[in-house]
Design a protein around this ligand. Structure first.
Ligand SMILES: [Fe+2]
Length: 467
């Protein structure tokens, strides 16, 4: 969340007082859902369960704690009341107090019993918490803003030999889930440049520490999912420099950036890694947009790699492997292709129209596409600024891209990068949807940006109302 408005994970700015369209926000803020998210009706009650993101291990641990409390209270009662008689040899609360049965006054014991019960409950809660934390995948509240919780699997891939790694986790909203990637670059001095920190589980930190010393932390934009863990990383790696994109801390909903920030990219000062990693900031704010929005593109000169966050994506034929740790709706399992098609289309707010496979394959085909959410809800209100940024980024001689979601790395030339953004320049883009796929996004754009947004040339070619 950022700026004068809110940001949903797909980076949609939401002005204060405007309708919150995303079911993701509606769920998290307990507001009436006005969702246009195309959840499948056939999923039944499970989709409405607030526990979906909670692992079964966690629920089992809580159940054990409850049972333990129940039984221990019985034992405690027996200790406090000498006349306690278990019924039929059962332990726990199933029993009777002989003194009560005899009409004796035991009210004087109540405060003592209450205090003891509270102590036992607290001890059990601490034990359960300690048990949860013993798992290296434990994802503490705070930095972990979205399920799966309390356990989050982290995978690590060497994306560019000896130079760039991706550490991936899942972010999930009921049946809609996606991979999120923290990008790690090894600099010439052997130390690490870490962009878009993810949930700092022990597993994640161990996989990171194995690569070397963390020297720099970077927030690549204003999207919540790419900055929520920064404060925890800067606490853990207190010697690391911290550089953030502009537009942070402009909303009361923005997470803390931690104890120190060394600089804001593009607003003066030169980051110590600039000789190896160049950057170009895209930033817009009021009055053009309801809130602030930023995405910084980076260019790793040694490997000719463009490091991007959300703007350009490569849709893989198969689901990213880490998605299996969450499965379809919280139970670890491999996804079927149909489930993968659904997850991708739903995550991008595209309208399902009974042709998931064909629609998905059209999205896979280009070497890279622009995030449909950004294309239709952000860029129509800041088209000129976006076009200038795209043209500037395309001057770097990159050969491949590492993005914060979906497949990475993927081959992409500067010309292909511009092709993906053809809609900014009045041209055809690498992926062109049909109007029927844009019903949800049109509604979102109209609500978020106002009806004038639909007059943009980005929308002008799609007569959604007639589809
Ligand atoms: Fe993102």
């Amino acid at each position: 969340m950022a700026g004068g408005g809110l940001y949903v994970p797909g980076l949609v700015p939401v002005a204060p007082g405007q309708r919150i369209l995303s079911s993701w926000l509606a769920h998290s803020k307990c507001e009436p859902s006005q969702t246009t998210l195309p959840l499948r009706p056939s999923q039944g009650l499970k989709e409405a369960s607030p526990f979906l993101g909670v692992s079964k291990n966690y629920l089992a641990a809580l159940s054990l704690a409850a049972v333990g409390t129940f039984r221990m209270l019985g034992g405690l009662k027996a200790q406090l009341c000498p006349s306690w008689q278990p019924r039929h040899g059962r332990r726990g609360l199933h029993g009777r107090c002989a003194c009560r049965a005899a009409g004796a006054e035991d009210g004087a014991d109540l405060p003592r019993r209450g205090a003891a019960a509270a102590a036992v409950t607290a001890a059990l809660a601490a034990a359960v918490d300690a048990g949860l934390r013993s798992d290296d995948r434990y994802a503490p509240a705070g930095p972990t803003i979205w399920p799966p919780k309390p356990f989050k699997e982290t995978t690590r891939s060497e994306l560019v030999s000896g130079s760039i790694w991706g550490l991936e986790q899942v972010i999930a909203f009921f049946t809609v889930s996606a991979n999120i990637r923290m990008t790690v670059v090894r600099l010439q001095d052997g130390r690490l440049w870490v962009c878009s920190p993810i949930s700092p589980t022990r597993q994640c930190l161990q996989l990171l520490n194995e690569l070397g010393e963390v020297a720099h932390l970077v927030v690549p934009g204003t999207a919540l999912e790419h900055k929520a863990s920064l404060a925890y990383f800067s606490q853990i790696y207190s010697k690391a420099s911290v550089w953030v994109s502009p537009g942070q801390n402009t909303s009361p909903f923005d997470p803390s950036l931690g104890s120190h920030v060394d600089g804001v990219l593009g607003q003066g000062g030169s980051p110590p890694w600039e000789q190896e990693i160049e950057y170009k900031v895209f930033y817009v704010g009021p009055p053009e947009t309801a809130g602030t929005y930023a995405e910084t593109a980076f260019f790793h000169k040694k490997t000719n790699t463009l490091l991007i966050t959300d703007a350009v994506l490569k849709v893989p034929d198969m689901p990213p492997p880490v998605l299996a740790s969450y499965g379809y709706e919280g139970t670890p399992e491999e996804l079927s292709l149909q489930q993968w098609y659904y997850k991708f289309i739903a995550f991008n707010f595209l309208t399902m129209r009974g042709s998931d496979e064909a629609d998905f394959k059209a999205l896979c085909k280009p070497p890279g596409i622009v995030s449909p959410i950004l294309r239709f809800t952000l860029y129509p209100i800041c088209q000129k600024q976006a076009a200038a940024w795209v043209e500037s980024v395309a001057r770097w001689p990159f050969e491949q891209v590492v993005a914060a979601h979906l497949q990475s790395p993927f081959r992409l030339t500067p010309a292909e990068f511009v092709d993906a953004f053809g809609f900014l320049f009045g041209k055809k883009s690498s992926w062109e949807p049909e109007a029927a796929q844009l019903v949800n996004l049109r509604s979102a754009s109209e609500n978020l940006d106002g009806p004038d947004a639909l007059k943009s040339s980005i929308w002008g070619r799609f007569d959604v109302a007639q589809s």
